[in-house]
Design a protein around this ligand. Structure first.
Ligand code: NAP
Length: 259
């Protein structure tokens, strides 16, 4: 049966490469992106069923995008992200995907999954889990904090939603030759050595397609293998607190209240 896969950050880089691979396997792909022309070109090259434009810095735009997805969803790929400082990092890289997942939850099929693109940058991130929007002005610290949030989200989503048939997993794509961090001279220096987006997308595609029994709910992977994260990104207590603070920040109700 044809599956529907929603890919955020599908207009470029890892998301675009994964979307192409998933469409090539027969999935119906819905792309989300921000840049009009990149999104249009991505839609055409993927053969996507739909392309929805939304700037994830604007949570109302995320709500409008979610409203446009009315069909059953098999996979949500939470991949959109960038090197932003201050509260934009957490809004774009975590809260937008958190909100989208909540808005789509009742459209998820009985055996659905959420695949989130996290990063090794969690190791040096700064994140106040009780007040996530009070982020560091340093781009790399705020970015790392938002990647901690990606992993804490995955862990807590697995605790809360596995029983609803949602398999939540995350992965580190490696260092990738994409548009990411184009304004960081140091990062740009290393780019020629980095992975091609298509190579980096392999683990994403695997997580989106592997039999559920091969994956651990809440798991974090790199190159199809379980990967290490720091305790700040795996703490059950921090995951619960961030979830509560994220619900308050996006104004959503708790869809799986604590018993
Ligand atoms: N590149 C790396 O080395 C690396 C390493 C670890 C993790 N990651 C993560 O991988 C994910 C994908 O990044 P990439 O490397 O593929 O970079 P990329 O080529 O810059 O792609 C980023 C994608 O996210 C979208 N995006 C960025 N800001 C957005 C916003 N404000 N609203 C909506 N969409 C937005 C972009 O949309 P537009 O193109 O339409 O602007 C694009 O589709 C990110 O979450 C990033 O943190 C990357």
């Amino acid at each position: 049966m044809t599956r529907t896969v929603v890919v955020t950050g599908g207009s470029a880089g890892i998301g675009l490469a994964a979307a192409r691979a998933l469409a090539g396997r027969g999935d119906r792909v819905i792309l989300l992106g921000r840049h009009e022309q990149r999104l249009r070109e991505a839609r055409d090259s993927v053969g996507a069923a739909a392309a929805i434009r939304a700037d994830f810095a604007d949570l109302d735009a995320v709500r409008r995008a979610a409203d446009r997805i009315q069909e059953p969803v098999d996979v949500l790929v939470n991949n959109a992200g960038g090197l932003y400082g201050g509260s934009t990092a957490i809004r774009v890289n975590h809260l937008a995907g958190f909100l989208l997942a909540h808005r789509l939850l009742d459209r998820f099929t009985a055996r659905s999954r959420i695949v989130t693109t996290a990063s090794l940058a969690e190791a040096w991130g700064v994140l106040d889990v009780d007040q996530p929007l009070r982020a560091s002005r340093s781009r790399w610290l705020a970015y790392g904090g938002s990647k901690q949030a990606n992993l804490l989200f995955t862990r807590e989503a697995a605790r809360r939603w596995t029983g609803r048939g949602v398999l939540a997993v995350a992965f580190f794509p490696g260092l990738v030759r994409s548009r990411f961090a184009g304004t960081s001279p140091l990062f740009m220096l290393g780019k020629p050595l980095f992975l091609a987006p298509r190579t980096a997308a392999d683990t994403l595609v695997w997580l989106a397609t592997a039999p559920p029994g091969e994956l651990t709910p809440g798991g974090y992977y790199f190159m199809r293998q379980p990967f290490f994260a720091t305790p700040r990104s795996t703490s059950a207590d921090r995951a619960r607190r961030l979830w509560a603070a994220s619900l308050a920040a996006v104004g959503e109700r708790d869809l799986a209240p604590e018993r």
